[in-house]
Design a protein around this ligand. Structure first.
Ligand code: HGY
Ligand code: MN
Ligand code: MN
Length: 416
């Protein structure tokens, strides 16, 4: 059983929270990728890695890596430290600081001080520019052809953000840089299941896949009083028709844990006395079965054709983001984490799927991966109110540290 320092862990999580703290409740954070606070936090983390005996580097897309001096196959442990535009203090940050604390805890115990653990904070998991950009770059899934034209929703070019962050022409990490046994990521559940079921630890079996589409509507802007309903080319009417169609048709092809969200709508010019001439709707959908993601996309295209055949405003559809495939976690690693969960929280853990996507869903394409969840209070996340109980935060790190040591020992990192 590995002993972590819970107070030190919480202190570092709270120090990280202060970098971009937002809202009144003390748990909100705004730290989007490449923002000033994001880069401040990454430099702080690099310093923490060095203090923990690791060699720290910030790579050319903003990933922060702390490399262990210990020889032999290493485990990579971490998550992401960038946040959503309206984010919480633990989404990503929990797993990043866990990685740092596991390194320190193993180093402080002579029985585990020889084990090799690298710690990482990936960049842009939250898709300011490109979903899981940092872990994709690490896995060789971020081609220059994709990178070249990337801009965020406000039109800021990635190249300018990299320049601004002082990262242009900086070497980039690659999975082949070191012999890795695999990657472990701890994360808040971001959902209600652990809390509802009275569990304190979740061991993730699979991570949802995700797709997204953006629909651009073109009609005729006109006077809201003098333009009769017949013959209008109202872009908003077409948007509502599509949205209603999605909510009526998607359930017919959905799976048990399918979700879809239309979280961004733009009506132009957005005045009550003007028939909108233009509109935009962004749709995101998720499921563990890629065939269901494909069905959602086909249904959406069918609805687009119906709307375009009606003679009002027209609509064009295109992908809104890179597709993320569903991912399955390594059974062997799950076994080690489950044993550690039973050791530290007997009977209070469960295997479960992840409804959120994570960097582990990308990294599992190049090495074995596993994930561990702690409960989210009220299941809330991607909101300033996101929070977890301190005792669950500490317990999660204890389980991760014991699971990591078990994996490393089983791989031959036996005590010297
Ligand atoms: O949206 C997600 O699933 C992740 O939290 N970015
Ligand atoms: Mn998130
Ligand atoms: Mn996350």
């Amino acid at each position: 059983m590995v002993t972590i320092n819970g107070g030190r862990l919480l202190d570092d999580l709270r120090a990280l929270r202060a970098m971009g703290a937002a809202g009144m409740g003390g748990t909100g954070v705004v730290r989007p990728a490449f923002s000033e606070m994001d880069m401040t936090a990454r430099r702080w983390l690099a310093g923490r890695y060095e203090e923990a005996g690791l060699t720290a580097q910030i790579d050319g897309v903003g990933n922060v890596l702390g490399r262990s001096p210990n020889p032999g196959p290493a485990l990579l442990i971490g998550s992401h430290s960038d946040t959503q535009p309206t984010g919480g203090w633990l989404d990503g940050a929990l797993g990043v600081v866990y990685g740092l604390e596991v390194v320190r805890a193993l180093a402080e115990d002579p029985a585990t001080a020889h084990l090799a653990v690298d710690a990482v904070s990936w960049q842009d998991e939250e898709s300011r520019f490109y979903g899981c950009m940092g872990s994709r770059s690490f896995c060789g899934e971020f081609p220059a052809t994709v990178e070249a034209d990337l801009k965020d929703k406000d039109g800021v070019a990635l190249a300018d953000a990299l320049e601004q962050a002082g990262l242009a022409d900086t070497p980039r990490l690659a999975a082949g840089d070191r012999d890795y046994l695999g990657f472990l990521e701890a994360h808040i559940e971001q959902g209600p299941h652990l809390e509802q079921d009275g569990r304190r630890i979740g061991i993730v079996e699979s991570i949802v896949g995700l797709g997204g589409m953006v629909f651009e509507f073109s009609g005729q802007q006109n006077h809201a009083g003098t333009t009769m309903m017949a013959g209008r080319k109202d872009a908003s009417a077409a948007l509502y028709a599509l949205a209603n169609g999605i909510n009526e048709e998607f359930p017919k092809v959905a799976g048990a844990r399918s979700v879809w969200t239309m979280g961004r709508v733009v009506l132009s010019p957005g005045a009550p006395s003007i028939v909108p001439g233009r509109a935009e709707l962004e749709l995101q959908f998720r499921d563990v079965d890629p065939a269901i993601l494909d069905k959602f996309e086909a249904v959406a295209h069918g609805l687009v054709e119906q709307i375009n055949s009606r003679g009002g405003a027209t609509v064009a559809a295109k992908p809104s983001r890179v597709r993320i495939s569903p991912a399955h976690m390594d059974p062997g690693f799950q076994q080690h984490l489950s044993q550690a969960a039973e050791l530290h929280a007997p009977g209070h853990w469960a295997a479960m799927p992840s409804g959120a996507f994570h960097d582990a869903g990308v990294v599992c394409g190049v090495m074995p991966c596993a994930m561990l969840f702690i409960p989210s209070i009220g299941g809330i996340s991607h909101d300033f109110a996101e929070d977890s109980h301190d005792e669950d935060i500490v317990l999660g790190c204890e389980v991760l540290a014991s699971g990591a040591a078990s994996i490393l020992r089983a791989a031959g990192g036996a005590a010297t």
